[in-house]
Design a binder for this molecule. Sequence first.
Ligand code: FE2
Ligand code: FE2
Ligand code: FE2
Ligand code: FE2
Length: 429
Amino acid sequence: MSFNPLAEKGIPVEQQFRSWKMLNVKPYDARNVDPYTRTRVICMNGIEVESIMFSHQFARHCGDMDVRRKLAMARAVEQQQQKAVNWLIPGEESTLEVTLGYEQVAVDLTAWLARTEPDPKVRMALEFALLEDFDHLYMYANLYDLLEGKKAEQITHDLTEIIPGRPTALHHRPPQDRVLEPVDFKVADPLSMMHIMTIVAAEQQTMNFYMNVGNRPTEPLARALYLEIAQVEEEHVTHYESLIDPSKSWFERNVMHQYHECYMYYSFMIHESVPYIKDIWELHLQQEIGQLHVACDLMKQHERKDPAEMLPAELPEPIKFQENKDFVREVLAKQVHLEKSGAGYKPIWDLPADASFHDFQRILHGDFVPSYETIGKNIEKNGKDYRLQTEGEHPVKAFRDRDAVPRAEGVIAHRDDLSGKAKSEAEVV
Ligand SMILES: [Fe+2]
Ligand SMILES: [Fe+2]
Ligand SMILES: [Fe+2]
Ligand SMILES: [Fe+2]
């Protein structure tokens, strides 16, 4: 089924405003919701936030009053959309429960994007960071068990395994090593552009969320864990946003943002299981089409360029939240030991002894690593860590013991389990 937003009429922007009553939506049912409805809501909120902040930045860099007014108009609607989406999250869910939803987004969104990504460099970037958010889910699940005695699978169900990933302690690498080479959007597959824009917005939302809620717990260890993981999300935003083609103009980017929102609402509309939420996705899709037409007109008028030339004739393959257990396990077995090296990747044992990675790790960790401490304390309390392991033993031998904290040493021990080729060179591009 093909869909081209440029060929649709949509709703004109002037007709898009809604009353408080319409915006103050009924939250989803916290106890019975499909976890992938929650992840769609969390993800789409991030897409709207990115769209709003982009529009503010554009307006601050633009002196043309007509353009500023048109941006203000669309942006006020984007804000309404953001409220209607984010207000779907029920107050019954605690901050930590919403956090588990955020990391489930990160795992199953990233895994889907990686599986369907045509550009090997983009795919590698996704697989690399996938293993980190996968460990964050394990961390917060253990914190949830430790502080509240509750099981994360009440939130995530059995759709996503919760087992150790690349240990969070290893995610902290020198900021200059987080930057990747940009992708040339002129020649890139449109699907890659959609994937990059999606993952940047999702990671940025996670970063913003932890920046704001990370100080809400009273328990010092919980505050410390949010602090540590929040810093990784900064890293993930830097990692992914560096893939964006920097040569695009503000007007082109405006079109791409509106086109991307059409793509996301279309993707979620076709997969949504809750009827009244499906209706919201559908309404917002029609609104985005109207906003896209305004953005296209601005680009034609101010740059004398046809937006249809940089956009595909139909929406690329839609994004889908689904189980990715085997895929995540495969990436874990092949890549748990990778680290960044310049703009590329290397097995951790190939980093030289004087690599800045080691200095950076020493400065941050000192004698207290919140992520190690969280698992250690939960093992002390329950005799073993919390896991939701549905597909057999852990793919990394060193991480099979439930009564030992998964540490950097386990990653290094993984070397013995790799074939000769994988030992010495990263299976990467
Ligand atoms: Fe929007
Ligand atoms: Fe994360
Ligand atoms: Fe992340
Ligand atoms: Fe929009």
